[in-house]
Every structure is written in structure tokens, then in C-alpha cells.
Write a protein that binds this ligand. Structure first.
Ligand code: CP
Length: 308
């Protein structure tokens, strides 16, 4: 297969296994490119991309921008807090105005689930979802699986536990879809109040005992509490959450085998993960960030090749 089955990247839910393999093979090439002394290729010299962010971001925003620049695309950045959205302009009007400036692709982060899907139905541009509320974060899931594949050679058959605030996490949902497509075994672990009802219907198992979950897995993907989306208290205190669902070095060293630790960031050190775990040789957190650029180059390159 040489092209994606989709014209937008709105969620992993809309991809198939071949799409993921194509993105990974393309990212393999771009990872080699970004490790050269000259890290840039002319592939997208004729493409203009707008990064529009209605929510805070460090990794995703910079990673997309760098990916676009490494591909030689023209890039414009839009931050909602400094824009005319504050004067009442709608999302569609805002994006159509940006597209009038001859923009080909929009990368959008938005606090509302489904914002990217809505946009893709109402404007004429390729849309990439850079995180929509608690719904999906497809490029994060792709870079997470790519990092597991890099570490183990394959994702199929690996035991992956996703730990923490599953209820409010777009990273968890996109990871579940991506890992299932690739044949991994998945458990989710966290306080019952932060596990969505009927999550088993997605083909994952629930484990509320962190030690058991860690002893089962090859990879633990640690998530932060999504404080910006908590409307009520879901657990008594942060200290008690950390005692039950935080990973520290003593726990890691006491497991039956050596496991790999992942985290999408931003990390809340001392809450879901201690510094000596985040910075340990078992952690591949910064490899995930490096792989994010190659994955986003692959996604943008493959989508752009469908609009040329
Ligand atoms: N992982 C992630 O989405 O991080 P940012 O919110 O910093 O982009």
C-alpha cells in the first residue's frame, strides 16, 4: 500500500492496520533523515500548513512545527488566546479566513471532542487532529506504538498497561485503538472512578492493583491526572492516589521482570511517576518525544501526497 485510506487524520478509529504500517515505514525513513547533519528534505516545498491551537501544548505544537519545517513546508502558527476568536469569530469562519491565504492543511488542537471531525466536514482542507478534548490524540498514539515497535521489534503480542486517569484521557483512547489494531494485549489500571464504565467493550481488561498490572506487562504507559478536565474529586487526595497508582523506583525494582516505562507528557513528577523512574534507563519518555517528529513528518507527508 502506498497511500493512506483517509484524507484527514481525525482519530486512530478511522485508520486500518495497513495505514499504521505505512505511517511507521515512512517514519522509519524520516527518523533516519532527522538524525543526519542536514535534517531537512524538500518534499513539501509547495505546501502551506496552519497549526491552530485552542489549548496549551508544548510537545505536540513544537513537534508538528518542526516536522513541517523539516519537510520544507511553509508554516503559520495560530494561538487562539491572541486571535480574533476572542472577539466572537466562529471556528469555521476563523479557519476559512486562514484557508483564503492559500493554506493546504490544518493541524488543530481543540478542547472540544469532535472538533476536528466537525471542521473536516465544513472546510476544504486536510485536517490533522492534534488532540480534541478527551476524545483522541492520534499522533501521540502512533508515536507511542512506534516507540514500542522500536524497543521490541513488534507491537503484536506485547502486554501494555495504561495507568492513571483513563476517563479523561484522549491518549488512552487513541492508544487502545492503535494497540488493538496491531495485536497488543491491553490492560487499564487506575482508581475505579477514573475508569470509564464498560471500557471492557473496547477489548481491554481492567486491573485496579498496580503491582499485578506491572508484573503482567512489558510496557507501562503512565498518564497524568487531567486536572483541567476534573469537575469533581475522583479520589480522596493526591497523596493517596500516588500511594496506590504512582510508580516509584522501589516498586519498579521489586517487580518480577524489567519493564519499559512510557509517559506522553507533561509529567507530574512525584504524582504518577517519581523522578528516579522518569529518568531511569527503563524509561523511553524522551525517545517518544524524538519519535514524535518522525511520526508527524510521516503523517503530514502522506496526507499532503493525497492533496497534491
Ligand atoms: N503529549 C502531549 O500532547 O503533550 P503537550 O500537551 O505538551 O502537547
Amino acid at each position: 500500500m502506498s497511500e493512506l485510506s483517509v484524507n484527514h487524520l481525525l482519530g486512530i478509529k478511522y485508520l486500518n492496520e495497513d495505514d499504521i504500517q505505512l505511517i511507521f515505514e515512512t517514519a522509519d525513513h524520516f527518523k533516519e533523515v532527522i538524525n543526519r547533519s542536514i535534517k531537512k528534505v524538500p518534499s513539501l516545498r509547495d505546501i502551506t500548513i496552519a497549526n491552530i491551537f485552542f489549548e496549551n501544548s508544548t510537545r505536540t505544537k513544537l513537534s508538528f512545527e518542526l516536522a513541517e519545517k523539516r519537510l520544507s513546508a511553509d508554516v503559520i502558527n495560530f494561538s487562539a488566546s491572541q486571535s480574533s476568536v476572542k472577539k466572537g469569530e466562529t471556528l469555521i469562519d476563523t479557519v476559512n479566513n486562514i484557508l483564503s491565504m492559500k493554506v493546504d492543511m490544518v493541524v488543530m488542537r481543540h478542547p472540544n471532542p469532535g472538533a476536528g471531525i466537525f471542521l473536516s466536514k465544513n472546510v476544504k482542507a486536510s485536517i490533522v487532529n492534534a488532540g480534541d478534548g478527551a476524545h483522541e490524540h492520534p499522533t501521540q498514539a502512533l508515536l507511542d506504538s512506534f516507540s514500542i515497535r522500536e524497543k521490541f521489534g513488534d507491537v503484536a503480542g506485547k502486554n501494555v498497561v495504561i495507568v492513571g486517569d483513563i476517563l479523561h484521557s484522549r491518549v488512552a483512547l487513541s492508544n487502545i485503538f492503535a494497540l488493538k489494531l496491531q495485536g497488543a494485549n491491553i490492560k487499564v489500571c487506575g482508581p475505579k472512578t477514573l475508569l470509564p464504565k464498560h471500557i471492557e467493550t473496547l477489548g481491554v481488561e481492567v486491573e485496579t492493583d498496580l503491582r499485578k498490572a506491572l508484573n503482567w506487562c512489558n510496557v507501562a504507559n503512565m498518564l497524568r491526572i487531567q486536572n483541567e478536565r476534573l469537575d469533581i474529586n475522583y479520589f480522596p487526595t493526591t497523596r493517596e492516589y500516588t500511594q496506590q497508582f504512582g510508580v516509584n523506583k522501589m516498586l519498579l525494582d521489586s517487580l518480577d521482570k524489567e519493564i519499559v516505562i512510557m509517559h506522553p507528557g507533561p509529567i507530574n513528577r512525584g504524582v504518577e511517576i517519581t523522578s528516579d523512574v522518569a529518568d531511569s534507563k527503563q524509561s523511553i519518555i524522551l525517545n517518544q518525544v524524538e519519535n514524535g517528529v518522525a511520526i508527524r513528518m510521516a503523517v503530514i507527508y502522506l496526507l499532503a501526497s493525497k492533496i497534491k
